[in-house]
Design a protein around this ligand. Sequence first.
Ligand SMILES: Cc1ncc(COP(=O)(O)O)c(C=O)c1O
Length: 383
Amino acid sequence: MTNRLKKPVYLDYNATTPIAPEVREAMLPCLAEVFGNPSSAHVYGREARADVDRARCQVAALLNCRPGEIVFTSGGTESNNHAIKGIAWRRKSQGRHIITSRIEHPAVTEVCGFLESLGFAVTYLPVNGEGLVDPAAVAAAITPETILITIMHANNETGAIQPIEAIAALARRHGIAMHTDAAQSTGKIPTDVNRLQVDLLSIAGHKLYAPKGIGALYIRSGVTLEKFMHGAGHEGGLRAGTENVAQIAGLGAACAMAAADLEVNRRHLQAMRDRLLDGLREKLAQHPGLRINTPLQQALPNTLNLSINGIRAADLMARCASDLACSAGSACHAENVSLSPVLTAMGIAEPDILGALRISTGQMTTEEEIDAAVASIVRAVKY
Ligand SMILES: Cc1ncc(COP(=O)(O)O)c(C=O)c1O
């Protein structure tokens, strides 16, 4: 473990998480003696296959589905690509209309844009001031041509949790495939696919203490997708390529930990987030205009998106750089200085968008770190 006290406090867990020690432990044998090809019939292959099978069961247990409904991928981006293109290709003779929202991650909007260039029609639904999609707007957008609804479970910038159950019920009633990007919610809040009623759900390992470059796609039994990678018959024939056994074992271990400790972790994440908010509210009481962009009653427990009137996030972050690592806008495209489409879709005024800071707590976050972060932000504001 690096000495975290010497580095700035890390409060950017929505960008990525460190690998949990238990996850690393689960991976180590696959980086050493368990080197077989899971497709080989001999003992080396069978050992590796056992690790892949175990991980598939662990992921399935977290999502409350069958192991055979899980396909391992290279991460959230691939899972989203596979779900959306896979349905588009498979159902294009039934219709060519897709419904999504204006606040999706680029791993969804870019795929939708690509499909538009191929002749599909895409409806990008607006959100309200809290960043929430209205199921009534989804209902109104459905046409006989609609083949897919893809709405994220929780937003990466604001943490807003979308009414997926209500939207999925509509999809089901119309025989439309329902996909949700659960890259941010998995491991933080329940992601039971039967409660959510989704057909397809994407997860990203590096958001829940597994390594980068591994993810999974849940595909409800009976829902068929066009294959994503052509080649040999791996992953039920949908995603060819020898399995990334070590990463898969890591994702499995991370899912098992998340399932075992979901409620305890949720409370910790929220306690840390709330301590931060309370600290800022108290210490900045004299400073006008602390705007909370996260809908706290319907949001991930760890996410706080806020703007401090008159201060650009880039300036604030520069002033805090030696003590605090967090994000302005969305970390996945941090070099992009254009206004956040998510906050723009929420109707937030430009100065507040430019001031928006995303702070996200994690399982390793301590009270000491939160207090240091509050002190750092307050110093930067009073600078
Ligand atoms: C909501 C959401 N979807 C998808 C992704 C992409 O996941 P990955 O980095 O594993 O490709 C991210 C990553 O930031 C995300 O936050």
